[in-house]
Design a protein around this ligand. Structure first.
Ligand code: PAF
Length: 284
C-alpha cells in the first residue's frame, strides 16, 4: 500500500491506476472504524483499485466545534486501510489542500439549508470544497459515502450532477455497532454512560419505522415520539426532522410518498451524534 502526501503525486498515481482498471475512492477524516472499512470493502467489490483519503478538513468545522479534539491516529488508520486491501492512501497536510493563495469555496444551495446546515453554517461549503478538490485530484472514479451522513450524501450527489464531475457516487447502508449505535469516529469520545444514553437514538428510529409500517403518516407525531425517547434517555436534541428523502424539505402535511427521511442529531454529553432512517425502505 502506498502512502502519498502531495496532491500532484496523488493525482499521477490515480491516473496510473486507472490505466489498468477502474478506481474506487473512499474519502475519510481518519479515526477509521468498521463503518469506513465496510465502505472500502464495498469499493473493492465494485472497482479494481481503491484509493482512500485521510484528511481532517478544517473548513467543515465551525469555530466552536471539535476540530482540535477530533481523533487522529494515522499509524492505526494506515494499518486498517492495508487490512481492507486499499492500494493507495492520500493523507495531505492542510497547507497542501488549502495553500495561502487559494480563494475558492463550493456551495450547494437549498439542500444544505435544513437539518445539519441550520446549526452548522458553512459546514457543507467546507465539505463540498474539500470533496470537490479530492474528486479533482482522484479523477474519474466510483466514490462511496456512508448513509449515516445522509444530507452530505445528497449534497454531494447534487454537486457531482450540477458540476458534471466524472464521479459515480454510491451511498452505503449505515453500519451499526452490535448494540445498534451507528458507527462514528466520534463514538470513541463517549463515556460508557453516554454510549448507553446514545442507544436511544437508534431505538427511537426503529420505533418510528414500526409506526410508519403500521400506517402513521404524520411527521409531527413521528418526530414527537422520537423526541420523547431521546429526552427520556437524557440526550440533548439538536433536531429531529421528518423530511422529503430527496429535497430534504419538511412535508407540507402528511407524508404522501412511499419514503420519508427521519433524521436525528443529538448530544450525548459533549459529543454530537447523527443518525437517520429512510422510513418505508424495508417494506414491500
Ligand atoms: O464524511 C466525512 O468523513 C467528511 O465529511 C468527508 C466526506 C471525508 C469530507 O471531509
Amino acid at each position: 500500500m502506498l502512502l502519498i502526501r502531495e496532491p500532484d503525486e496523488y493525482r499521477a498515481h490515480c491516473a496510473a491506476l486507472r490505466e489498468t482498471g477502474t478506481l474506487g475512492f473512499v474519502p475519510t477524516m481518519g479515526a477509521l472504524h468498521e463503518g469506513h472499512l465496510a465502505l472500502m470493502r464495498s469499493a473493492k467489490q465494485l472497482t479494481d483499485r481503491v484509493a482512500v483519503s485521510i484528511f481532517v478538513n478544517p473548513t467543515q468545522f465551525g469555530p466552536s466545534e471539535d476540530f482540535s479534539r477530533y481523533p487522529r491516529d494515522l499509524g492505526r488508520d494506515l494499518r486498517l486501510c492495508e487490512s481492507a486491501g486499499v492500494g493507495l492512501v492520500f493523507a495531505p497536510e492542510a497547507s497542501a489542500m488549502y495553500p495561502t493563495n487559494e480563494r475558492t469555496r463550493v456551495s450547494v444551495k437549498s439542500l444544505t439549508e435544513g437539518l445539519c446546515g441550520t446549526e452548522r453554517p458553512g459546514h457543507f461549503d467546507g465539505v463540498c470544497t474539500i470533496v470537490c478538490k479530492l474528486f479533482g485530484l482522484t479523477g474519474p472514479c466510483t466514490a462511496i459515502f456512508g448513509r449515516k451522513d445522509y444530507q452530505q450524501l445528497k449534497v454531494i450527489e447534487k454537486m457531482v450532477g450540477d458540476l458534471f464531475l466524472p464521479v459515480s457516487v454510491i451511498g452505503h447502508r449505515i453500519v451499526r455497532e452490535p448494540d445498534g449505535l451507528a458507527m462514528s469516529s466520534r463514538n470513541r469520545t463517549l463515556s460508557a454512560d453516554e454510549h448507553q444514553q446514545a442507544l436511544a437514538i437508534g431505538r427511537s428510529l426503529a420505533a418510528a419505522e414500526r409506526a410508519f409500517a403500521a400506517g402513521e403518516r404524520a411527521p409531527s407525531r413521528l418526530e414527537a415520539a422520537c423526541r420523547a425517547m431521546l429526552r427520556q434517555a437524557g440526550l440533548r436534541e439538536s433536531y429531529v426532522s421528518c423530511v422529503h428523502p430527496n429535497e430534504l424539505t419538511p412535508w407540507p402535511g402528511s407524508i404522501d410518498g412511499p419514503h420519508a427521511l427521519l433524521a436525528i442529531a443529538a448530544f450525548a454529553g459533549a459529543t454530537r451524534l447523527i443518525d437517520n432512517c429512510l422510513l418505508g425502505e424495508n417494506e414491500s
